[in-house]
Design a protein around this ligand. Structure first.
Ligand SMILES: O=P(O)(O)OC[C@H]1O[C@H](O)[C@H](O)[C@@H](O)[C@@H]1O
Ligand SMILES: [Fe+2]
Length: 188
């Protein structure tokens, strides 16, 4: 491997041109159930964009053996002490895994197994994260600029939002003295 030059630019948009591209925007008003501080949430403008997702679906949803690709862009911001974050999900076919690669910004990836054990991985540009099967995943922007990351996942994985929207993760990520910390989720 000594003579091989590693690319220092991570492709971003190459796969997101042409057909079968899906663009999705989630605003605060779509995310009422994920933030714990309901009073802080009520004070904010529901039209505020929390994140955008662009995905490439080269095969039909549910196809066994295919792969999807996407980029998620999470805006900086907080609801109370809780950082802007994705809804979070298990895969519908529970044992399907996924890879994330951070493109820009600073984030935390929350991972929760089916027994409710939550852990977090720091996301920095270039960091690669393996999300094993049977693991719920959620990403939070803990920086002051956009957090973007690419994702690669099986085309039959599907998204199961139900469990998370009902109970959340067993721990939540909040800012304390300027630092992100995981604390138990009182909702559980
Ligand atoms: O689907 P959410 O939990 O809102 O997360 C936002 C997005 O994050 C990643 O990019 C995943 O690969 C997407 O499949 C997911 O849609
Ligand atoms: Fe996923």
């Amino acid at each position: 491997m000594n003579n091989i030059t590693k690319p220092n630019l991570i492709f971003k948009d190459d796969l997101l041109t042409g057909e079968n591209i899906d663009r999705l925007t989630r605003k605060l008003k779509d995310l009422g159930d994920i933030f714990n501080d309901k009073a802080a949430f009520a004070q904010m403008d529901g039209e505020t964009v929390v994140y955008d997702v662009e995905s490439s679906f080269p095969v039909a949803h549910g196809t066994e053996g295919g792969l999807f690709y996407g980029i998620t862009y999470i805006h900086p911001g907080k609801v109370g002490q809780e950082y802007f974050m994705t809804k979070g999900h298990f895969h519908e076919i529970r044992n399907r895994g996924e890879y994330y690669c951070t493109l820009e910004g600073e984030g935390m990836l929350l991972l929760m197994d089916e027994n409710g054990n939550t852990r977090a991985e720091k996301m920095i540009p270039g960091s690669i994260h393996y999300i094993p099967g049977n693991t719920a995943h959620r990403t939070a922007n803990v920086g002051e600029q956009i957090l973007s990351f690419s994702a690669f996942w099986p085309s039959d994985a599907g998204h199961d939002y139900g469990t998370i929207s009902e109970k959340g993760f067993s721990e939540i990520l909040i800012e304390q003295e300027g630092q992100p910390v995981l604390v138990p989720n009182i909702k559980q």
